[in-house]
Design a protein around this ligand. Structure first.
Ligand code: GUN
Length: 280
């Protein structure tokens, strides 16, 4: 059996088409959604992600702007810009691209973003709401994966979901969203002993560690749905996920490719959240 690929690029196109229609509706009410992105330092991956976000906004009629700071910028200067954007009525969504360079306090900066403009869902209020089972701005990567599961027609009730990775951006919020749909959730980390004994029990397997080839076909339950969040560049310059695709697709029922899987959905859900923020 070869797994069915979940085409994140095609699904993201559908989501963006829905976004374009909503932007037109908002336009008739005199509202143009606006997103501000803050980039500190010169991380090439961050720059590439931001490029994709700006492009997606442009395609659906969302205004976007990028605020760039050099790596050594004092924290107070970054915070001053966040506060100015909080007060700017043309800006409905603010995103601080992570990771921030060493020397900046990520939690302190994220706490400055107005919760009502926090389209990444990283503010403590939105994280708390997510823990409480409801949030206006679910973090984009987990939200994108939930949309993929919905699209694949998965009923999560009673299913065993295993999330490998416990990051604040992906692993933890994904586990909460799955739990909210009545999945039985196991969270593993890169340090979990005998990882395969957990992953082999997963009906839904989410891998978000950042280690190429971490999960191989023999670690996957036949027919499982595998969502690969990893984006790793090989020595030859190829993009690969955390899942060894060739062996995994022989066992899984559904699988997301890298590239063209979860990545485009993250971008689409950011646009969704920005429009939600603008709709008020
Ligand atoms: N870095 C990696 N993923 C993300 C994300 O979803 N949002 C932000 N702001 N930074 C990231």
């Amino acid at each position: 059996m070869t797994a069915q690929r979940i085409d994140g690029k095609a699904l993201a196109e559908q989501v963006l088409a829905e976004c374009a229609a909503k932007v037109q509706d908002l336009g008739r009410r005199g509202v143009r959604p606006g997103l501000a992105v803050i980039l500190v330092g010169d991380n090439p991956a961050s720059r590439a992600y931001i490029g994709n976000k700006v492009k997606a906004c442009g395609r659906v009629g969302v205004h976007s702007q990028v605020h760039e700071f050099a790596a050594g910028t004092p924290q107070a200067e970054v915070i001053a810009r966040v506060r100015a954007l909080n007060a700017d009525p043309a800006i409905h969504g603010i995103l601080v691209q992570l990771p921030l360079p060493a020397g900046l306090d990520e939690a302190a900066i994220l706490a400055e973003v107005a919760a009502s403009k926090d389209v990444d869902g990283f503010h403590v209020i939105n994280r708390g709401d997510l823990l409480g089972g409801h949030t206006r701005f679910p973090p984009c990567t987990p939200a994108g994966m939930m949309r993929m599961l919905e699209h694949a027609g998965v009923d999560l009730g009673g299913k065993h979901a295993v999330v490998v990775g416990r990051s604040n951006t992906v692993g933890k919020p994904m586990a909460l969203l799955l739990l909210g749909r009545n999945a039985t959730v196991t969270i593993c980390t890169s340090k979990t002993v005998d990882l395969a004994s957990h992953t082999r029990r997963a009906d839904v397997l989410v891998v978000a560690v950042g280690r190429p080839g971490l999960v191989t076909g023999d670690m996957i339950k036949p027919g499982a749905i595998v969502l690969d969040v990893g984006i790793n560049r090989t020595a030859e310059g190829r993009l690969v996920g955390d899942v060894d695709f060739a062996s995994a697709e022989q066992v899984a029922g559904h699988i997301t490719p890298v590239p063209g899987g979860v990545g485009p959905m993250t971008v689409a859900m950011l646009v969704v959240n920005t429009i939600e923020a603008a709709a008020g």
